[in-house]
Design a binder for this molecule. Sequence first.
Ligand SMILES: [Zn+2]
Length: 202
Amino acid sequence: MEEIRLEHTAGAYSSAGIHPWWLEEITPEEIAGLKVHVESLARAGRLWGIGETGFDRTYPEFIDLQKELFDWHLNLAESLNLPLVIHNVRSGSDFLEVLKKVKPTIPWIFHDFRGNQELVQALLKLHPACFFSFGLSLDNSPQVRELLPLIPMENIFLETDNQKHLDIHDIFLRAAETLKVDVEFLKAQIWHNFKKLRPDLQ
Ligand SMILES: [Zn+2]
């Protein structure tokens, strides 16, 4: 539960949520306690965003609970106008289903995105403030390298996914090479994208 334990570091931007992977291990009482904790951090202005939350179809037995918790995170993020950080494993259609029912006003950031171009287009059509973040996959997934240049650059982020052996500078270099742009240009673009997510912090 690293994200919860992170709490707030001075000068750092934090996000907190109940990760879909935890559902295997935690009790309904613990979920209730985590909800109170996340909500109080968020309401105290100590969070930059809400999540990770989302769907992971490698755990189909928890999909109903994942849905219930996704709705909870989404409503909290909407009520406080905070970006939502999304975990997505083989569950593009689950997000499309949500977007057919609700019209979010907050940014959705799909971290470590591994979907295809059709999914990107379908998501952006329903919710133009969808962002797609990439990291290690730029090295180990040819599909991701093919996809990256097809996404509007204003909808892209880069990440290490908190993996200590990864250096964000290397990921920027890799992405710049894949996009055939100058790395300084890419840094400026991503900084611009980042600032847009929380206009209230300007
Ligand atoms: Zn994740």
